[in-house]
Design a protein around this ligand. Structure first.
Ligand SMILES: [Cu+2]
Length: 278
């Protein structure tokens, strides 16, 4: 190869290198917004794995909720038995203590009425059982809320109570709920989807503050469910105040079920509709 041809070849290689760089540069320039928006979306996905929406499935990470029965008669007290089975069908027994209990059981009708928070009895064979009474007919969602090996689970199934159903519309969002002669106020609420928000409550009787005693290792217990699919939100209680931290995954309506105990030992349940915006 003569020197001229060699030089021309070298120039061609250089041109290719620069063209490639320019092409790469142009790719970056053409889609700068895509890379920028992909990062938060990905981080949002990661946040979702640390603050998961639970309670949508009967099985999760190899564990399955198995109800002994899935139908009931209205107003008739019945024994509801269930077990948690692992991948090989074995009964799970090694539950962690969460909020002072090894198993929490939530029952609520699909229209988010008839909320009950129950604590079943553990039987020697590893099954759980509890007496349940559902006065109204309808389709109920039942949630077994527990932790195994430090991993939290909320497994859910449906329980049908036969009879004619009178479904209730979701109450409008409100900051106050009167129950048992007490006024419960929502002082801080969720605002935006995907952001951790504080949910603070106060309890008064005729305008005067009412003291609450510890319930399940905190000042109160809060269950938050999404309207539509009844997704069960993970909520962190504040140990010293009637306050909770929760991340509402999407815009929409949620129902908050706050439970607290007054110093006379009575347990009260207040419910709030929470409007979460985009
Ligand atoms: Cu519980």
């Amino acid at each position: 190869m003569n020197p001229i041809a060699k030089l021309a070849g070298f120039a061609a290689v250089l041109a290719l290198v620069f063209a490639g760089a320019a092409f790469a540069g142009s790719r970056l320039d053409v889609h700068p917004g895509r890379a920028a928006t992909e990062t938060p979306a990905h981080m949002g996905g990661m946040a979702a794995t640390t603050m998961p929406v639970r309670g949508l499935a009967v099985s999760d990470h190899g564990l399955t909720l198995q109800l002994a029965r899935r139908t009931a008669r209205p107003g008739r007290r019945f024994e509801l038995a269930f077990r948690i089975a692992d991948r090989r069908g074995r009964t799970v027994r090694d539950f962690d203590v969460e909020h002072t209990k090894r198993m929490h059981f939530i029952v609520v009708r699909r229209d988010m009425t008839g909320f009950q928070h129950l604590h079943p009895t553990e039987n020697p064979d590893g099954t759980w059982s509890l007496p349940v009474s559902l006065p109204e007919a309808g389709s109920y969602r039942v949630f077994a809320d527990f932790s195994v090996g430090e991993k939290p689970y909320t497994l859910a199934d449906d329980l049908t109570v036969d009879g004619s159903v009178r479904s209730q519309p979701l109450p409008a969002p409100a900051k106050r709920f009167d129950v048992d002669g007490l006024r419960v106020s929502l002082t801080e609420g969720a605002t935006k989807a995907g952001e951790e928000s504080e949910l603070g409550f106060t309890v008064t009787r005729q305008g005067r503050p009412v003291a609450v005693q510890d319930y399940l290792g905190a000042k109160g217990h809060l269950v938050a469910l999404r309207q539509g699919d009844l997704a069960f939100l993970h909520v962190h209680p504040d140990e010293n105040r009637l306050k909770f931290m929760a991340t509402f995954p999407t815009a929409g309506h949620y129902r908050l079920f706050l439970q607290f105990k007054t110093t006379d030992g009575r347990l009260h349940t207040a419910a709030f509709t929470q409007d979460v915006t985009r």
